[in-house]
Design a protein around this ligand. Structure first.
Ligand SMILES: C[S@@+](CC[C@H](N)C(=O)[O-])C[C@H]1O[C@@H](n2cnc3c(N)ncnc32)[C@H](O)[C@@H]1O
Length: 310
């Protein structure tokens, strides 16, 4: 049993290492979809078994399994000038990125095609349980992709706390919203948080949303001390939740450069393991997992969380 677990873990580590190498190559090439911190591994395009030439894949022997290499991966789209987080800022000041945005983006409707964020490709977000009284916290808001999405889709909310640890991302997000959605002023409050504390008032939010906020994903964050910090952060999200509040998590999982649902076809136990590890993080931070799924529609793991004992 221990030997089998060891083998599984070794395969997971190898897969993740390949994914991270691929992501590093893409980041080097420029801004990409799902730019991330601290260690993005999800910057690859879709790849299906059919594309790979396998209609009905028999499980190949270990040695024959296709191993993606960086050259198999799509190159970054240079038009995606709005990074989703600090990984994509590549040291550029917010004002410099904003100048580029203003040159290229005439109307708010054009923004999605310039954002390097999977938010705009996620059909699940239409189903967010929000109304005109909802107070939302977008944790790991980056440069405000979710806020832009909700405003463009005219989805109702009372207030959004857009929370991030990265000041340049906040600065850029603020500038984008002020420029393209001046009417949202007063409904969106940017919060410069700390890694271990979202800095939100207790019992203040109906819905916490984490979209590709990789910092809590064990397979992406190697150092145990960082995972401890992430758990502290999640605990502060729990404290900010109202008694009936919920947290929705959408997390792209790429293993060995392949999106989660593709990997489910290739090696289901590895995907389950990655999703379980994430779930464990939430449980340790004091959340009750109401449901979880690895969704094909958004190529992400989805968790719906409530607070323990509520
Ligand atoms: C990949 S970006 C995602 C941005 C946005 N949610 C999206 O999907 O486009 C991840 C963001 O999480 C932020 N982040 C990392 N650790 C954090 C923490 N402990 N608390 C809050 N934000 C954090 C990063 O600064 C970054 O902006």
């Amino acid at each position: 049993m221990a030997g089998r677990d060891g083998t599984k873990r070794t395969r997971l580590m190898v897969g993740i290492a390949l994914g991270m190498l691929a992501a590093a190559m893409i980041l080097f090439a420029g801004c990409t979809k799902n730019d991330s911190a601290p260690a993005p591994a999800d910057d690859t395009g879709p790849a299906t078994m059919a594309e790979a030439g396998h209609e009905t894949p028999p499980p190949p022997p270990e040695a024959e399994k296709p191993k993606p290499t960086p050259s198999d991966l799509p190159t970054a789209d240079p038009n995606r000038i709005i990074p989703s987080g600090p990984g994509g800022m590549a040291g550029r000041p917010a004002a410099e990125v904003m100048k580029l945005v203003e040159e290229k983006v005439t109307t708010a409707e054009d923004l999605p095609k310039f954002f390097s964020s999977s938010v705009f490709d996620n059909p699940e977000l239409e189903r967010l349980p929000i109304n005109e009284n909802s107070v939302i916290a977008d944790i790991g808001a980056g440069t405000g992709a979710l806020e832009v999405y909700l405003l463009l889709h005219k989805m109702p909310f009372k207030k959004i706390y857009a929370v991030d640890t990265d000041e340049p991302s906040i600065e850029l997000g603020k500038a984008i919203l002020e420029r393209y959605f001046p009417e949202s002023a007063g409904k969106i409050e940017w919060v410069h948080s700390e890694y271990e504390d979202v800095k939100l008032p207790a019992d203040s939010i109906d819905l916490g949303i984490l979209i590709n906020a990789h910092f809590f994903v064990p397979s992406l964050v190697k150092e145990p001390y960082k995972l401890n910090i992430a758990r502290q952060c999640l605990t502060t999200v729990g404290r900010a939740l109202k008694p009936d509040g919920e947290v929705y998590v959408y997390q792209n999982i790429y293993i060995a450069g392949k999106p989660a649902h593709t990997f489910r076809e290739i090696d289901p136990p590895l995907l389950d393991e990655a999703v379980d590890e994430m779930g464990q993080q939430f449980k340790t931070a004091g959340f009750d997992i109401k449901s979880k799924d690895a969704m094909e529609t958004c190529e992400c793991a989805f968790f719906r969380l409530g607070k323990y004992g509520k």
